[in-house]
Design a protein around this ligand. Structure first.
Ligand SMILES: CC(C)(COP(=O)(O)OP(=O)(O)OC[C@H]1O[C@@H](n2cnc3c(N)ncnc32)[C@H](O)[C@@H]1OP(=O)(O)O)[C@@H](O)C(=O)NCCC(=O)NCCS
Length: 224
């Protein structure tokens, strides 16, 4: 993993994921955030955290791709389709991207990391892992050796991938999802919070964890 040169960055997005990206880049990266861009129809305010918000349709006029790089900060909405589309559009329009790897993540030196990737604090990435473009890994996850994370995938907080797991492009893994070694998650799957995946999933699968049992007692009656 090469250290990144300082860049001026425009963040695509104006929601909470974009705010989080801004805070992380400002506090824990060599980069300088210069503004936000989002589809014109989604602009709610012209200034966010003291920075201009400009329509994505005319981003080049405010933030020329020769001078500014982009970070596309959109959540897993529509199974990561929105983020994937904006990332590809920005790339076609000539933008380069920055990534964010928390200074408190532990990422093995040989790990291959694509563009527009974020890796949250406390996450551990073992050797021989390959991470595609536009992949977002939240806080405190473990990505074990020889895993392959497909483009535009999104792992929420506390995911655990055992060795040799393949995560298909555009898949979403919810908080505390666990995947057994050598399992392949099909493209655009949704793995719900707390699910343990033991077998390969077909593309576009949705898995949810069993509901906890609700005991028919009052909390005052349990032995704590
Ligand atoms: C899998 C998940 C995405 C589904 O969310 P959803 O689209 O809101 O789905 P719902 O909770 O409305 O459930 C859809 C249906 O499945 C049913 N269902 C949900 N969980 C179930 C479970 N554990 N067992 C059985 N049925 C279940 C619901 O009853 C509902 O059925 P209905 O349409 O007949 O009412 C969601 O449960 C989840 O795990 N989200 C991830 C949360 C997370 O990690 N967030 C981090 C973000 S960074």
């Amino acid at each position: 993993m090469q250290p990144q040169a300082t860049a001026a960055v425009v963040i695509y997005g104006n929601g909470q994921v974009a705010e989080l990206a801004m805070a992380r880049l400002l506090a824990d990266s060599p980069h300088r955030v210069v503004g936000f861009t989002v589809d014109g129809a989604l602009i709610r305010q012209a200034v966010l955290h003291g920075l201009p918000v400009v329509p994505f349709e005319e981003a080049e006029r405010h933030f020329p791709p020769e001078q500014v790089r982009m970070f596309v900060a959109v959540g897993p909405t529509q199974c990561n389709r929105i983020r994937a589309e904006r990332f590809e559009q920005a790339r076609r329009r000539g933008y380069g991207f920055v990534g964010y790897v928390s200074s408190r993540a532990q990422v093995a030196a040989d790990v291959q990391i694509g563009e527009n990737v974020s890796i949250g604090e406390g996450t551990i990435v073992h050797p021989f892992v390959r991470i595609g473009d536009d992949v977002h890994i939240g806080t405190a996850s473990v990505i074990s050796h020889h895993c392959l994370l497909g483009d535009h995938s999104f792992l929420a907080v506390g995911c655990l991938l055992a060795g040799n797991v393949k995560v298909g492009p555009r898949s979403f893994l919810g908080a505390r999802a666990t995947v057994r070694d050598h399992v392949a998650i099909g493209e655009a799957s949704v793995i719900g919070t707390g699910v343990t995946v033991l077998r390969n999933t077909a593309p576009s699968s949705v898995l949810v964890a069993p509901e906890p049992v609700l005991l028919p007692v009052d909390s005052a009656s349990v032995r704590l």
